[in-house]
Design a protein around this ligand. Structure first.
Ligand code: ADP
Ligand code: MG
Length: 394
């Protein structure tokens, strides 16, 4: 079922409240350090302006825990948006109340205002109905375009959508197109690559993906839980002891479903995860007691390249190693490069995976890089996102 889309709304002269994801990183001077998320909201904002709506933008930023924290103000974001759009964006020092009403009262069609951090109020994360009503009050329509929080049931997405006539924006539409639709009937062979820090958050996802994938490649810290499940020692590598059985289950399911599950053959190890640490490559059966695995090894990279070369659709979540340290970034970088060169449909989910790709400036070479971390994983696992479910069907 398709959800109501911004294009289904009559916008002319209407006051439209828009939930965007402006949860951007700030630098030590409080300026926007990366404007990717701001730019990702532009198609929706531009469309609203072209159609002569009055646009009220709202977002959360960081974790102020229900209190006003000046260092988590959205003011610098308003300045950045102004600069990007070459247009005056009025910043309002609150997200509800008289200050908002006054500002909205002065708006003309085509104007944009940005409200203060919704998480300055405890009602936001509790999806408090009174707070949601106050947010909704100055507006006639609601558009949700914050994919990054769509897996949360908060007042600024789910709450207001249950009050105002609502639709999704272009960013959410695009995320659905790739993370859901293109994976419903993927072009085969379909390969999933999973890495990152924890198995625990991703086990459900691994099980779901096994129903569709032809190949499942494992890397990152999660490989060591699998290596333990195979019966080998892993030294000081990151292992989730209580997930070893789940890893065994994934191995069993893969066999039953005829999915090629590939666990690395070799790993780059060090005694400490540090940039000047001594490193060596060992076979996964030979990880010494006081060493830890921090990247996939060369043989594994070659094997993964061969599988990727034969694939038509590839989903990747989670770095192959501790890519923040150059010594342990080779696996991640080489996989990123081979995907970037591939003609296959390449879809990336996960905040750190996206960061790893940006670090080597390959972000334009993929079919789709999701703007949502947790939300993209939920979507890939086939779960409904409350922020999207609440939007009425078209
Ligand atoms: P994503 O955000 O893409 O979903 P995760 O958050 O699951 O990815 O994992 C990213 C983190 O995993 C990175 O900070 C990286 O350093 C870490 N990581 C990857 N491989 C290892 C490893 N072998 N040991 C420790 N940490 C690792
Ligand atoms: Mg992460």
């Amino acid at each position: 079922m398709t959800k109501k889309h911004i294009k289904d709304l009559k916008l002319n002269n209407k006051t439209v409240l828009v939930r965007v994801d402006f949860n951007v990183p700030l630098d030590e001077n409080g300026n926007v350090a990366n404007d990717k998320r701001i730019k990702a909201a532009l198609p929706t904002i531009d469309y609203l302006i072209e159609n002569e709506a009055k646009v009220i933008l709202m977002s959360h930023l960081g974790r102020p825990k229900g209190e006003r924290k000046q260092e988590l103000s959205l003011k610098p974001v308003a300045e950045k948006l102004s600069e990007i759009m070459g247009k005056d964006i009025k910043f309002v020092n609150d997200c509800i109340g008289s200050e908002v009403e006054t500002a909205v009262g002065k708006m003309q069609a085509g104007d944009i205002i940005l409200l203060e951090n919704t998480r300055f109020y405890a009602g936001e994360k509790k999806n408090d109905p009174d707070f949601a009503r106050e947010l909704a009050k100055p507006a006639e329509l609601f558009v949700n375009d914050a994919f990054g929080t769509a897996h949360r049931k908060h007042a600024s997405n789910v709450g207001v959508a249950s009050i105002l006539p609502s639709a999704m924006g272009f960013l959410i539409e695009n995320e659905l197109k790739y993370l859901r639709d293109s994976l419903t009937h993927p072009q085969k062979p379909f390969t999933a690559i999973f890495g990152g820090a924890k198995v625990s958050g991703k086990i459900e996802l691994l099980e779901r993906i096994l129903e569709k994938a032809d190949n499942l490649l494992i890397g990152g810290a999660m490989m060591f839980t699998f290596i333990r499940a195979m019966g080998y020692e892993t030294g000081k590598s990151l292992v989730e002891e209580d997930k070893i059985d789940m890893a065994k289950n994934v191995m069993k399911l893969a066999e039953e479903k005829n999915v090629q599950l590939v666990i690395p053959e070799d790993t780059i190890i060090a005694k400490e995860p540090e940039k000047d640490a001594e490193i060596k490559t060992v076979s996964i059966e030979d990880i010494p007691q006081d060493w830890m695995g921090l990247d996939i090894g060369e043989k594994t990279i070659q094997k993964y390249k061969d599988v990727i070369a034969d694939s038509k659709t590839i989903v990747w979540n989670g770095p192959m190693g501790m890519f923040e340290i150059d010594k342990f970034a080779k696996g991640t970088n080489e996989i990123a490069e081979i995907l970037a060169e591939s003609d296959a449909t390449t879809i990336i989910g996960g905040g750190d995976s996206a960061a790893a790709i940006e670090k080597i400036e390959l972000q334009d070479k993929f079919t789709h890089i999701s703007t949502g971390g947790g939300a993209s994983l939920e979507m890939l696992a086939g779960n409904e996102l409350p922020g999207i479910s609440i939007i009425p069907d078209a």
